[in-house]
Design a protein around this ligand. Structure first.
Ligand code: TYM
Length: 343
C-alpha cells in the first residue's frame, strides 16, 4: 500500500456541502483520527470548498457556515490540529494550480466514465458546470500536491482514487520522471459503505431528500432515536450468523452500524443479539448511537460559538500546508517547463 519511495503521508478531504452524516463519520473521519494517532503518517485533512461549488451555486453565507461546521466536526471527532494539518482547500492555492496542470494530463474520456459525474450530471450534462466534469482532476491535485501516499476514504471514492493513480502515472510517464507517488486508497473496515436507513441498497448521503434516511452528526438524542426507530427493517429476528443477513440489506446495515459504533465485528453483534426482534435491537442501537454521537454534536455546538477560533486554526493549517505544497508546485512547474526566476 502507498509508494515506498515517498514519506508516509495521508491526505483526505470532505465537501462542506452541509451536514456531516454518520456515513462520513464512520467511513472517513473516525479513520482520519486513527491514522493521525497511529504515529506512522503525517496527516493532512481538508474541507474541499472548491469542490463544494461544482454541483450548484451555494449561497456564500451557507458555504462559510458549512466549512466552519465541517471543521468543527473534524475537531469534535478527535482530529487534532497540532498533530494533523487541518485546512480549507481554497486557502492553499497550490491545489487549484496543480489541478490546471492535471486538467491538461487527464483525458476527456477518463472523466466521462466517472460514475459520480454521470450520477450528478444525470440527463443534464450540457447544463452542468465544467467544474463538475473536472472535479476528479482537482481531487487528484489535492492528494498529489502533498505527495500523499495514503488516502482514507469510503467505498464511493474508489473510482476517483483510481483516476488519481492514472493521472500520476501518466504525468510521470509523459515527462519521464518519478515525481508523483502512486497513492493507495485506504478503504478498510465494516463502515466503508454505510447505507440509508430507509433503503438498505442505497448509500447514506447528505444529498438524500429524506432526512429520515440519515443520521446527521448534529442530530440530538431524540432525533437519533426517532430515526433508528423508524428505520426500515423486516419482521424476522436477527440470525446467529452472517449468512442469515445475505438477502436482508436493511438488517445487515443496522448490524454493521452497531458493529462499527461499538468497534467490534458484525459476528460479535449477532452473537450478542441473535433471536432478537428489531424492536429490541433498535433500542440497543439507539442507546449506543446516542452515547457515541451526542458528545460530538455537543462539542460541534461549542466550537461553532467561536468561529474566529476555527478560522485561526484553518489559517495556521494553511501556513503549514504551504510549506509542503509550494515547493512541490515549483518542482512541477520546472518539470513542465514553465519559466521561473530561481533566486
Ligand atoms: P464526500 O464529501 O462525499 O464524503 C466524504 C467522505 O465520507 C465518505 N462517505 C461514506 N463512507 C461510508 N458510508 C457512506 N454512506 C459515506 N458517505 C460518504 C466518502 O467516501 C468520503 O471519504 N470527492 C470527495 C472529497 C474529496 C477528497 C479529495 C477525498 C475531494 N478531494 C481528496 C479524498 C482525497 C467527496 O466528495 O467526499
Amino acid at each position: 500500500m502507498g509508494d515506498p519511495g515517498f514519506k508516509q503521508r495521508a491526505f483526505s478531504g470532505i465537501q462542506p456541502s452541509g451536514g456531516l452524516t454518520l456515513g462520513n463519520y464512520l467511513g472517513a473521519i473516525r479513520r482520519f483520527v486513527k491514522m493521525q494517532n497511529a504515529g506512522i503518517y503525517e496527516t493532512v485533512y481538508c474541507m474541499v470548498d472548491l469542490h463544494a461549488i461544482t454541483a450548484r451555486l451555494v449561497p456564500p453565507r451557507e458555504l462559510i457556515h458549512n466549512t466552519r461546521e465541517l471543521c468543527a466536526g473534524f475537531l469534535a471527532s478527535g482530529v487534532d490540529p497540532e498533530k494533523s494539518i487541518v485546512i480549507n482547500q481554497s486557502q492553499v492555492p497550490e491545489h487549484a494550480q496543480l489541478a490546471w496542470i492535471f486538467n491538461c494530463v487527464a483525458r476527456m474520456g477518463w472523466m466521462g466514465r466517472m460514475t459520480q459525474w454521470k450520477d450528478k450530471s444525470g440527463k443534464n450534462a450540457e447544463g452542468s458546470s465544467l467544474g463538475l466534469f473536472a472535479y476528479p482532476a482537482l481531487m487528484a491535485a489535492d492528494i498529489l500536491i502533498y505527495h500523499a501516499t495514503h488516502v482514507p476514504v469510503g467505498e464511493d471514492q474508489k473510482q476517483h482514487l483510481e483516476l488519481t493513480r492514472d493521472i500520476a502515472t501518466k504525468f510521470n510517464h509523459d515527462y519521464g520522471v518519478a515525481f508523483f507517488p502512486i497513492p493507495g486508497p485506504v478503504i478498510e473496515g465494516i463502515a466503508t459503505r454505510v447505507m440509508s436507513l430507509q433503503d438498505g441498497t442505497r448509500k447514506m448521503s447528505k444529498s438524500d431528500p429524506s432526512d429520515k434516511s440519515r443520521i446527521n452528526m448534529t442530530d440530538d438524542a431524540d432525533a437519533i432515536a426517532g430515526k433508528i426507530r423508524k428505520a426500515k427493517t423486516d419482521p424476522d429476528p436477527l440470525p446467529d450468523n452472517l449468512d442469515g443477513l445475505a438477502d436482508r440489506p436493511e438488517a445487515r446495515n443496522l448490524v454493521n452500524i452497531y458493529a462499527a459504533l461499538a468497534e467490534t465485528s458484525p459476528q460479535a453483534v449477532l452473537d450478542a443479539h441473535a433471536g432478537a426482534l428489531f424492536g429490541r435491537f433498535k433500542g440497543a442501537l439507539s442507546e449506543l448511537a446516542v452515547a457515541t454521537l451526542t458528545p460530538i454534536s455537543n462539542e460541534i455546538s461549542r466550537l461553532m460559538a467561536d468561529p474566529a477560533e476555527i478560522d485561526r486554526i484553518l489559517g495556521r493549517g494553511a501556513d503549514r500546508a504551504r510549506e509542503i505544497t509550494a515547493p512541490i508546485l515549483e518542482q512541477t512547474y520546472d518539470i513542465v517547463g514553465m519559466v521561473r526566476q530561481h533566486l
